[in-house]
Design a protein around this ligand. Structure first.
Ligand SMILES: C[S@@+](CC[C@H](N)C(=O)[O-])C[C@H]1O[C@@H](n2cnc3c(N)ncnc32)[C@H](O)[C@@H]1O
Length: 212
């Protein structure tokens, strides 16, 4: 099932390795409630939905193509209505407007809907076209109970200070054993890098078949 999802996606806005790591994380984490800010075509929402009991997706517009995905339990809401949502989420993916102000607002909103167990994932952290994401995250971290848990190819996981090393511990076996074909992983610094640059999508899927 999960391999079919990988096969059917184009990863236009996502790198393969980040989706693989996202999937590996969610598979172990099994969130009860998840939130995604910035849904677009649902490339990541489909993985979040697959591993979560309930998922809320927030965006300012919902393209027709989004309906091509077969979601299990997703509720889509417009960004202007998100303050009405009072859920506390286990997993929050921030991938909306990548400007400094919006990203900071999304992080503050995420914090207001979080518990000490919540994991926040921020996309496009290392994308030079969106420096606002990194600047906003650094600003947020100065005054937050969330700290960096795992640093990825182009994404970064935040965890609560009471939950230190959670993401790293959860993923270390997967990254060291199963996913070693895709990423170079340093457990001490909690960093992974894309390792699969030369592989085409077919080869990646073939390797993934043995990993999942
Ligand atoms: C990079 S795309 C998201 C990609 C998506 N996660 C995927 O995997 O396909 C960014 C999305 O953020 C949305 N967006 C822009 N401003 C937003 C806001 N204020 N709140 C929520 N979403 C917003 C855009 O409409 C766009 O769909």
């Amino acid at each position: 099932m999960i391999l079919d999802i990988f096969k059917s996606h184009r990863y236009k806005s996502k790198t393969f390795i980040d989706v693989v790591v996202l999937n590996a994380f969610l598979e172990k984490f099994c969130p009860d409630k998840s939130l995604e800010i910035g849904v677009l075509y649902g490339e990541t929402l489909v993985f979040i939905d697959h591993h979560s009991r309930q998922t809320v997706g927030v965006d300012i517009k919902f393209p027709k193509r989004l309906k091509d995905n077969k979601f299990k339990n997703v509720r889509l809401i417009h960004a202007k209505d998100k303050s009405k949502e009072k859920n506390i989420y286990d997993f929050i993916h921030i991938d909306g407007d990548h400007s400094y102000d919006s990203c900071l607002e999304d992080l503050m909103y995420a914090q207001s809907r979080s518990s000490a167990k919540t994991i926040i994932l921020i996309d496009d952290y290392f994308n030079p076209d969106f420096v606002g994401v990194q600047d906003a995250t650094k600003r947020f971290l100065e005054h937050s109970k969330f700290k960096v848990g795992l640093i990825g190819h182009n994404q970064i996981f935040l965890e609560h200070i009471e939950n230190k090393n959670f993401v790293n511990n959860l993923l270390k076996n997967a990254l060291q054993n199963n996913l070693k074909h895709f990423c170079k992983y340093d457990y001490n610094t909690a960093k992974y890098q894309d390792y699969s640059g030369q592989l085409n999508k077919q080869s990646k899927l073939r390797i993934l078949e043995h990993c999942l």
